[in-house]
Design a protein around this ligand. Structure first.
Ligand code: KIV
Ligand code: ZN
Length: 520
């Protein structure tokens, strides 16, 4: 695991990624994603921050349990501030994992210590000694992070890290918490730690970079070149503010430029596309089309000269093959004449083991889709499963929708919804366009007042018969609720997405973690 050129991949999509505005996930969604991370063969999954809420604790426990029977299961890690109560909760979260890890952090920059912690350097140092040692009583593998390391006084940083190593930390993580450093500076910082901290060679140095200046991946790679052997990353680069270093970028950079880095990971890159789609579907956060590795245009070639070159020899304009990251199998898979057995097999290969009742529901939807589309691809199936099984409890359900739109006249939508007691409601509304009219008609039925903050639509696959995928974010004034819907008809997908956001709002007591404070 810690051979000299091996870089451990520590995935924090479920913790730092989930701190992305509007990205909160339910417990079954987290377990689903953790299973995909295991398929991707990451080394460590940071499953949550158990002291943050009872739901976070339960999520970490369920992820640990769900993966404990897998051969070569990743380590399961839980985050804790450097205080006893957090460490106790973190241990409660990971204690049933085959390979548990507790991640203890405390800020070490003057600005954080003075204005946030209201502690001086001595107090922080003694807290590090005591709390790392305390965590070490529970668990062999302790990771320590000096938060805001990149804005900390380097000498003090070395002292803190030395104290953590002495107290028993086996992984020292260096976070660029606010995404401030340049790659040159970050490499020097890591080299300084390697040179100045006694016994640092007994530990694994880890890097954790945020993307505020768009340098998270470059900084991560600079840290690895300087001696770090663990990279903390998230799928699609989601995370606090501008996000974290993206797993797919770090892994594919190391793989594609092995000549430059001479480092490798054990990640199976063919699972990257699926992991990326799953994160989009579950969080409702789409990937920009030009995003490296997983964006819709990452392997598309538009210019005539490029297409010509590509046809003559792929490597003229392609440094990676789409199939390396799992994109090829997402072309044609199933047609509308495929049966239950074929669907079950395909879903099982994709990691979905459905019980007979769920398989039947998926099969019905698959047939409906097959009538509208010639080929149902893996991406379509992912969307179908997300739409069917990973949505909030349905208080209101879309029964029917009819829209009249065009260049002249008034776009009008008539919506039929079934309500909480099974009664059906029908309303019609006129709007600025068909989606607006549909949303107005839904608003006339559902007793929840919500304002649309963001509406995003894109095609899941190419072709005129592609499914449309819609993600929305709405607010009731204080909290944000996201929604997701997929259908071959984008107005129906839009209605489903809006209704799922409203259902989250209506059931928000059960879905407390779907909320976030609106700030501007
Ligand atoms: O960005 C950060 O500093 C963190 C720490 C908790 C590691 O996420
Ligand atoms: Zn972070």
């Amino acid at each position: 695991m810690d051979a000299p050129g091996n870089v451990l991949i520590f995935d924090t999509t479920l913790r730092d990624g989930e701190q992305s505005p509007g990205a909160s996930l339910s417990i079954p969604e987290k377990v689903k994603l953790a299973r995909q991370l295991a398929r991707l063969q990451v080394d460590v999954i940071e499953a949550g921050f158990p002291a943050a809420s009872p739901d976070d604790l339960r999520a970490v426990q369920q992820v640990a349990e769900a993966l404990s029977d897998l051969p070569n299961a990743p380590a399961i890690c839980a985050l804790a501030r450097a205080v006893r109560a957090d460490i106790d909760q973190a241990w409660e979260g990971v204690k049933f994992a085959d390979h548990p890890r507790i991640h203890v952090f405390i800020a070490t920059s003057d600005i954080h210590m003075r204005d946030k912690l209201r502690m001086d350097r001595e107090q922080v140092l003694s807290q590090v000694r005591d709390m790392v040692a305390y965590a070490r009583e529970y668990c062999e593998e302790i990771e320590f992070s000096p938060e805001d390391a990149t804005r900390s006084d380097p000498q003090f940083l070395h002292e803190v890290i030395a104290a953590a190593v002495k107290a028993g930390a086996s992984v020292i993580n260096v976070p660029d918490t606010v995404g401030y450093m340049t790659p040159g500076e970050f490499g020097d910082l890591i080299r300084g730690i390697v040179k100045n901290v006694p016994d640092i060679e007994r530990t694994i140095i880890s890097v954790h970079c945020h993307d505020d200046l768009g340098m998270a991946t470059a900084n991560t790679l600079a840290g690895l070149l300087a001696g770090a052997r663990q990279a903390e990353v998230t799928i699609n680069g989601i995370g606090e503010r501008a996000g974290n270093a993206a797993l797919e970028e770090v892994v594919m950079a190391l793989r594609t430029r092995e000549d430059a880095y001479r480092l490798h990971t054990t990640v199976d890159p063919s699972q990257i596309a699926r992991a990326s789609r799953l994160v989009c579907n579950l969080t409702g956060i789409p990937v920009q089309v030009n995003k490296a590795i997983v964006g819709a245009n990452a392997f598309a070639h538009e210019a005539g000269i490029h297409q010509d070159g590509l046809l003559k020899h792929r490597s003229t304009y392609e440094i990676m093959r789409p199939e390396d990251v799992g994109l090829s199998e997402s072309r044609l898979v199933l047609g509308k004449h495929s049966g239950r057995h074929a669907l079950r097999e395909r879903l099982a290969q994709m990691g979905y083991e459905l019980d007979p009742e769920r398989l039947e529901a998926a099969f019905d939807r698959f047939k409906e889709l097959g009538d509208k589309k010639r080929e149902v691809t893996d991406a379509d199936l992912e969307a179908l499963i997300a739409d069917l099984f990973y949505r909030p409890r349905e208080v209101y359900r879309l029964v029917d929708l009819q829209v009249v739109a065009g260049r002249s006249g008034m776009p009008t939508a008539t919506v039929k919804l079934s309500g909480p007691d099974g009664e059906e409601h029908i309303r019609a509304a006129v709007g600025a366009g068909p989606v607006d009219a549909t949303y107005r008609a839904i608003d006339a039925i559902v007793p929840a007042s919500a304002r649309l903050l963001e509406y995003d639509v894109h095609a899941i696959t190419s072709g005129i018969d592609a499914q449309g995928e819609v993600s929305v974010r709405t607010t009731n004034g204080t909290r944000v609720f996201r929604g997701y819907g997929a259908d071959t008809d984008i107005i129906v997908a839009s209605a489903k997405a809006y209704l799922s956001a409203l259902n989250r709002l209506l059931t928000s007591k059960d879905w407390r973690k779907d909320e976030q404070t609106v700030s501007g």
